[in-house]
Design a protein around this ligand. Structure first.
Ligand code: ADP
Ligand code: MG
Length: 270
């Protein structure tokens, strides 16, 4: 039996590619598979917190206090409407943390230190990263076992990805030797759009097995759910978006049971 949770950073420095949607709904699908899951909202925008129905007045104690005051993660956890799934909310002050961390002690290890209090409480911790490769995302990478990358199926999909993968490599060499790539998931896929097909084919050709077979379709129910403060799996379990996140969770669990994703196959062209 392994002991600590498996910690996954959901990261891509591009905004609007489906990080938050993937964090919230993959977490829900994992919880539906009887896994105990914690989502950490590391984005000052707080979209994951909002999307899970955590009102701003319940964010007085947030991930900010973990990063800046050394508050144990355990003390800022909020249960969600999904059984077995909890969230550590973002807070308004988090936007300042990026700068405040610059002169802090152990500035890249703050989140990892805070997570130590969780030992044994969760099977998975999913960290919803902000759209940047600054100190907040670096804290997520140092605290994680692996990085899961949502990639929007669009013309510029691969642009920026090599920078992200190089950053992961750099963290692996310096700050966190165990860090690996969990996988890449294509999001907002539209099968009526030929360009989407071409991009998906191109991404698979370049990156191989590290790209999940499951693709997340563009689906209006997925985009409606956050305004109801719910994961799409609670809002409309039968819709194509919900079903795709259930498949993604299944694929991730199957791969973890087998061997690790062959991350060595990732090219590092710039
Ligand atoms: P990020 O966290 O990377 O900035 P989000 O997950 O917030 O991206 O997604 C950006 C926007 O796209 C949001 O409005 C979200 O509701 C919408 N969206 C994400 N995934 C889908 C999808 N599969 N189908 C339709 N809309 C989506
Ligand atoms: Mg987001």
């Amino acid at each position: 039996m392994s002991s600590g949770p498996r910690v996954l950073a959901i990261a891509n420095q591009k905004g609007g590619v489906g990080k938050t949607t993937t964090a919230v709904n993959l977490a829900t699908a994992l919880a539906a598979c009887k896994k105990r899951v914690l989502i950490i909202d590391m984005d000052p925008q707080g979209n994951a917190s909002t999307g899970l129905g955590v009102a701003p007045d319940r964010r007085a104690r947030s991930i900010y206090h973990v990063l800046m005051d050394g508050t144990p993660v355990k003390d800022v956890v909020i249960e969600t409407a999904v059984p077995g799934m909890a969230v550590v909310p973002s807070g308004v002050d988090l936007s300042g943390a990026e700068l405040e961390l610059v002169n802090a002690d152990r500035r890249e290890y703050r989140l990892r230190d805070g997570l130590e209090s969780l030992f044994g409480d969760y099977d998975y911790v999913l960290i919803d990263c902000p759209p940047a490769l600054g100190l907040l995302t670096l804290n997520a990478f140092v605290a994680s076992d692996a990085v899961l990358v949502p990639l929007q199926a669009e013309f510029y999909a691969l642009e920026g990805l090599s920078h992200l993968l190089r950053t992961v490599e750099r963290v692996k060499r310096g700050l966190n030797p165990k860090l690996e790539i969990q996988g890449i998931v294509l999001t907002m896929f539209d099968r009526r759009n030929n360009l989407c097909d071409m991009v998906a084919e191109d991404v698979r050709k370049h990156l191989g097995d590290v790209v999940y077979e499951t693709m997340i379709p563009r689906n209006v129910r997925v985009s409606e759910a956050p305004s109801h403060g719910k994961p799409v799996l609670l809002y409309d379990m039968k819709c194509a978006g919900s079903q795709s996140y259930i498949r993604l969770a299944g694929e991730i669990l199957r791969r973890e049971k087998g061997s690790a994703v062959p991350g060595s196959g990732i090219p590092h062209s710039s």
